[in-house]
Write a protein that binds this ligand. Structure first.
Ligand SMILES: [Zn+2]
Ligand SMILES: [Zn+2]
Length: 302
């Protein structure tokens, strides 16, 4: 089994349509999991084009702006047309549930599979035997999120002596700590960082910001990531506009990557004002050399 994530960019444009770029969507595949982060207008077509199955998806919505969600209802409908019976989990900010079910009602769509919605304002939202997912708030207006996807191995080495010192009973609680969840013993909270020794061995961490302006919280949450996918709506000279519209410039993104000490940065979510991407890439690389410009169809392994 592969220990690598495959990240495929399905859409790399901001809201107004562009001929060469579709609206936001990124597929992150790991073993038999497919995470779809956002579902802009042409997401279904892009899934077909890049041969990504509709059946095994977990959807993560960074926020409910239309350029990140217009493709969602179509995708849910197509799953019905394909007779897919497997349930689907959709993770998103507060209001996600009403947002989806009101649209389904308006279209009179009644999928026969279960749709499980998890609304989050931050924290661990999903965990399986391979990785866990955490959301965190970003600066793009109310209820906007970034996501971290982290393999369990990244958490470090379990220190048995320290666990015994703190009277943590062996079994479930040890497992929880190993998976990155805090536990309680004798009414005291114990965080995984108190029991695990830091180890970057086998670590894989992917951070995707969704839309955001330059934000300290993004820097904190991106710490040591293997891959940071960051809003880069505008070129450097449009810094004022970026601030006003709560987006980032290419150099904001590079600054975050540098401060967070990530391994690789991918710039995405380009506005039509962002034409000269070669120049922006140069600007970004001056701050953070391992920067890449995303395009629809870009696939990388992490
Ligand atoms: Zn957007
Ligand atoms: Zn937005």
């Amino acid at each position: 089994m592969s220990n690598k994530f495959t990240v495929t960019f399905l859409g790399t444009s901001s809201a107004p349509p562009q001929v060469e770029r579709r609206q936001s969507s990124v597929a992150i595949q790991y073993r038999n999991h497919t995470l779809l982060v956002d579902a802009g207008e042409a997401t279904q077509v892009q899934l077909l084009k890049y041969k990504i199955s509709f059946s095994n998806l977990t959807i993560l919505l960074t926020h409910l702006h239309s350029d990140h969600t217009l493709g969602l209802i179509g995708l849910l409908t197509t799953r019905s047309l394909y007779n897919i019976s497997k349930s689907i989990t959709i993770i998103g900010p507060p209001w996600t549930s009403s947002f989806i079910f009101l649209q389904l009602l308006a279209y009179r769509l009644y999928p026969e599979y279960d749709i499980k919605v998890i609304e989050t304002g931050g924290g661990v939202v999903m965990s399986n035997s391979d990785f866990y997912i955490e959301s965190f708030p970003v600066s793009h207006g109310d209820n906007c999120l970034g996501y971290k996807i982290i393999t369990h191995k990244s958490l470090g080495v379990f220190n048995v002596d320290r666990a015994l010192e703190k009277n943590i009973p062996k079994g479930k609680k040890w497992k929880k700590l190993q998976e990155g969840y805090p536990i309680e013993v004798e009414n005291k909270k114990i965080f995984p960082s108190e029991i695990l020794d830091r180890s970057t061995k086998n670590q894989t961490k992917i951070v995707i910001t969704g839309d955001t302006s330059l934000d300290d919280n993004v820097i904190n949450n991106s710490a040591m990531a293997d891959l940071l996918i960051h809003d880069s709506t505008y070129p450097m000279i449009e810094a004022e506009r970026a601030k006003k519209h709560k987006h980032s410039t290419c150099t904001d993104a590079a600054f975050v990557a540098k401060r967070a000490n990530v391994k690789k940065l991918i710039l995405t979510h380009f506005s039509e004002l962002h034409k000269n991407l070669a120049e922006s890439l140069r600007d970004a690389k001056e701050i953070f050399p391992n920067s890449i410009v995303a395009y629809d169809g870009l696939e990388i392994e992490v």
